[in-house]
Design a protein around this ligand. Structure first.
Ligand SMILES: CC(C)(COP(=O)(O)OP(=O)(O)OC[C@H]1O[C@@H](n2cnc3c(N)ncnc32)[C@H](O)[C@@H]1OP(=O)(O)O)[C@@H](O)C(=O)NCCC(=O)NCCS
Length: 146
């Protein structure tokens, strides 16, 4: 059984997903893709990965905004390695910018694979921006931090 480091010192992928990583990255989502998420090549469909990243990316901005938010931009999205059936995906997010109405985040996605020879690889990284919105869907100022 791999040892779980409490506070990994480097940016290396952890063997198992700890609740946080270096660089104030917080575990916000874990999910396993299903056969329905496979593309014609037999890998996991990129659009499915993007949807999961959008969900994961919204967690920290939702806390900052303390209410409704909308994704305004996917500023960067990199598929570094294909995701395969059987991978266990862990999504780590950190806030990179807090503006007047918007919050930007960086999301790193790691895949835990091959239980017989367990290892972890970084498969995706992305930068996204979310806007706090009011009941009419218009931008609203972020609340002051408490
Ligand atoms: C999100 C939305 C309400 C923003 O309205 P808007 O009139 O474009 O807002 P603004 O131009 O005032 O920009 C609002 C904030 O977004 C930021 N923003 C806008 N475009 C951006 C971009 N491409 N990248 C990064 N930030 C961006 C602005 O800098 C501003 O942030 P700040 O107040 O912290 O400085 C509107 O664009 C919208 O409804 N979009 C559709 C959202 C949606 O359906 N998303 C998918 C499902 S959640």
């Amino acid at each position: 059984m791999p040892v779980l480091p409490e506070h990994p010192a480097s940016e290396d992928p952890p063997l198992m997903a700890p609740p946080s990583l270096s660089g104030q990255r917080e575990l916000v989502l874990r999910v396993i893709p299903l056969p329905a998420d496979v593309n014609a090549n037999g890998d996991i469909f990129g659009g499915w990965i993007m949807a999961q990243v959008d969900l994961a990316g919204a967690v920290l901005p939702g806390r900052v905004a303390k209410g409704r938010i909308a994704t305004v931009a996917v500023n960067q999205f990199i598929f570094k390695q294909a995701v395969s059936l059987g991978d266990l995906l862990s999504f780590y997010a950190r806030v990179t910018r807090v503006g007047r109405t918007s919050v930007s985040v960086h999301v790193d996605v790691y895949a835990e694979r091959d239980p017989a020879n367990l290892h972890v690889v970084k498969v995706t990284e992305a930068d996204l921006t979310y806007v706090a919105i009011d009941a009419n869907g218009r931008p609203r100022p972020l609340p002051l931090p408490t």
